[in-house]
Ligand binder design. Structure first.
Ligand code: PMP
Ligand code: GLN
Length: 382
């Protein structure tokens, strides 16, 4: 008897597919988004220290208090917004868990959830597994800003949730105050919640500031903010993230979290709490990644691709529609095999695999690796 799939149209994620292809062909892997450099030795030392001190059993379900306090302090200091660490901050096993738990807390059978496409790949499956119905709204090309009229048109009596991602993966768009204001006006009197995926919070460019949705008082009341330590401290493999949400929302969120994973790695939480005492350890990221973005974009000028420098995240999207009509997936595979540089085809972030002839490159790599990849990309043929 065949097991009836709950996600019949879903295969293996594009990140796994392209990373494997990169490995198989010894290509430079600019596909899956992870830093190509290690985390700070001091952070590793802290983890060992806490392990040796015996912090090796279950952490409290909602996270260790000292780490939740640190997040509350950070949010207060950076954005002048308060979250109660006891009732409104939950530490989870990566932003992926935060997103799944928040979707599960809100979405009931038949509820509609608005997704802005291209959309991160974990959103739609989380909605579908909860019996929700994804409603897709395309972002504007070429800058991937939000078409507010389209969002307004997509809202119905059944709309229960809107998924937001700023800075945006894969396209880098960073939400403006105007975006926040319009969204607040649209949902203020509606029974609609928000999940704001802000994992690239500290990676914005050209003096742009990340604006968390919770900085808007109307939005704060309705938003589950999902964050990840993975992007901020170069530790994507540790899978630690968090959810900030008002008490009523956090209470429901925790009911799901406690049966998904219950709690998250104890020594890592203590280590991160110590490490985060010094804000310069995350506030330098904008400048650090801006140099990499600039290096990558400068080099891209020597390639046949067209692009606008990304506003945020550690991804750069390039366009090749003026060169060929080859499918983006086929091109990503061909470039991996022929010139040894792996990327992600943007069609993977559209439910109908819409192909705008765009590829995404991750520039969170050592400069020498980026330079080598750029040299190879300048040899791309069409
Ligand atoms: N959201 C976005 C937009 C991401 O890019 C990622 C991963 N890079 C995640 C969520 C998942 O984060 P985590 O690895 O902490 O689960
Ligand atoms: N978020 C990473 C990316 O966008 C990948 C994470 C994963 O592989 N699930 O590339």
């Amino acid at each position: 008897m065949a097991l009836l799939s709950k996600l019949p149209h879903i295969g293996t994620t594009i990140f796994t597919v392209m990373s494997k292809l990169a490995t198989d062909h010894h290509a430079i892997n600019l596909s899956q988004g992870f830093p190509g450099f290690d985390c700070y030795p001091y952070l590793q030392d802290l983890v060992s220290e806490y392990m040796r001190k015996g912090y090796n059993q279950y952490a409290p379900m909602s996270g260790v208090p000292i780490l939740k306090n640190r997040l509350a302090e950070k949010t207060e200091n950076l954005y002048d917004v308060s979250f109660d660490p006891e009732t409104e901050i939950t530490i989870v096993s990566g932003a992926t868990e935060a997103i799944f738990a928040a979707v599960t807390a809100v979405v009931r059978r038949g509820d509609e959830v608005i997704l802005l496409e291209p959309a991160y790949d974990s959103y739609a499956p989380a909605i579908e597994l909860n019996g929700g119905v994804p409603v897709y709204v395309s972002l504007n090309l070429p800058d991937f800003s939000v078409d507010w009229q389209k969002v307004k048109d997509a809202i119905t009596d059944k709309t229960r949730l809107i998924m937001i991602n700023t800075p945006h993966n894969p396209c880098g768009y960073v939400w403006t105050q105007n975006d926040l204001d319009i969204l607040a006006e649209l949902i203020e009197d509606e029974d609609i919640y928000l999940i704001s995926d802000e994992v690239y919070e500290h990676i914005t460019f050209d003096n742009r500031n990340h604006l968390p949705l919770f900085t808007h008082p109307v939005l704060k009341e309705k938003t589950f903010t999902c964050g990840s330590f993975g992007k901020t401290f170069h530790i994507t493999g540790w899978k630690i993230g968090y959810c900030l949400a008002p008490k009523k929302l956090s209470t429901e969120f925790r009911k799901i979290h406690q049966f998904l994973t219950f709690s998250t790695s104890t020594p890592m939480q203590y280590a991160l709490a110590d490490f985060m005492k010094e804000p310069s350890r995350y506030l330098f990221l904008n400048e650090f990644y801006q140099k990499k973005r600039d290096l990558f974009c400068e080099g891209l000028k020597q390639t046949p691709f067209r692009f606008s420098p990304t506003q945020g995240s550690f991804f750069q999207v390039v366009e090749y529609g003026h060169l060929s009509s080859e499918k983006d997936f086929d091109l990503a595979v061909r470039l991996t095999k022929e010139i040894g540089v792996a990327s992600i085809p943007i069609s993977a972030f559209y439910h109908d695999q819409k192909d705008h002839k765009l590829l995404r490159f991750c520039f969170a790599k050592d400069d020498e690796v980026l330079e080598e990849a750029l040299g190879q990309l300048s040899k791309a043929t069409f």
